[in-house]
Design a protein around this ligand. Structure first.
Ligand code: SAM
Length: 263
């Protein structure tokens, strides 16, 4: 590919260091039995290493300038390129295409990191997710309660497993060089054990809506008054002064089950 016009709007920061690419695939634990979904092939650097290690790779790319190049590069290989915006493909379409369990491995476009993670964690066929994200996002994903990084994304990720920061990646490893460093995070999925995950997410968002405010203020609705929330909190072993950032993942589960029918 002679000349390529990097597009910021698509979060295009590419990798080429062979060592780092192998490390990502190794940390993802990809073996010859695995089917892998990649989001954002770019010029196919990670795709190529995935292709050598996995049984099959399904790789999405949105940028039409890359279609011909990628189509030729991966012609007659175990890589199926899907030239689409991944967010416009439904879970049913994706599951039908992939046809079973898969691992998600990607150097994610930063502008759509949280929606992609949130969405794929809910896909019952996804076994694990190993993704490159901006380091501050990685810090939020692995955060502990009572820290500034602990928030909605933390709870969404940790309800499904124990995320681990697998590799720290200096910004100079990308081209073009972005303004911040990155990190690779791995989440091995377990069953979340909350009914109606989208309602759970709304509950968590509401609990964190005003970070410094008490839970009883944030959760108040026309149906559920502050006094009633405080009473329920006290009856279930929480202080009426509790704030969302003080709650563990287990606490969130417990409170969601307690409040969800009442809000
Ligand atoms: N995997 C390549 C690498 O590591 O060098 C490229 C990674 S780059 C951070 C993200 C890639 O995702 C870009 O190629 C971009 O065009 C693509 N992309 C951005 N938004 C996308 C979307 N909604 N669906 C599919 N691909 C997308």
């Amino acid at each position: 590919m002679e000349k390529f016009d990097f597009k910021k709007k698509f979060g295009q920061n590419f990798l080429k260091d062979a060592n780092l690419l192998s490390q990502i695939v190794e940390k993802a634990g990809v073996t010859a039995e695995d089917v892998v979904v990649e989001i954002g092939a770019g010029k196919g650097a990670l795709t190529e290493v995935l292709s050598k290690n996995a049984k099959k790779v399904y790789s999405f790319e949105i940028d039409s300038e890359l279609f011909e190049f990628l189509g030729e590069k991966f012609n007659n290989t175990n890589v199926q390129m899907i030239f689409k915006d991944v967010m416009k493909v439904t879970d049913d379409e994706l599951n039908e295409m992939v046809g079973g369990k898969f691992k998600l491995v990607a150097n994610l476009p930063y502008y759509v990191t949280s929606p992609i993670i949130t969405r794929f964690l809910q896909n019952e066929n996804m076994e694990s997710l190993t993704v490159m994200v901006q380091e501050e996002v990685a810090d939020r994903i692995v955060a502990s309660p009572k820290t500034k990084d602990y928030g909605v994304l933390t709870v969404i990720c940790q309800i499904f497993g124990e995320p681990k920061k697998a590799i720290r990646v200096n910004r100079k490893m990308f081209y073009p060089v972005p303004n911040v460093d990155s990190a690779v995070v791995r989440i091995d999925k377990k069953e979340a054990l909350v009914e109606d995950f989208s309602k759970f997410i709304s509950f968590v968002k509401q609990a964190f809506s005003m970070r410094r405010k008490k839970l009883s203020t944030n959760l108040e609705t026309s149906k559920l008054k502050k006094g009633e929330i405080e009473k329920l909190l006290l009856e279930n072993g929480f202080s009426e002064m509790t704030r969302a950032e003080e709650l563990s993942i287990e606490d969130f589960k417990k409170l969601y089950n307690l409040f969800s029918g009442k809000m």
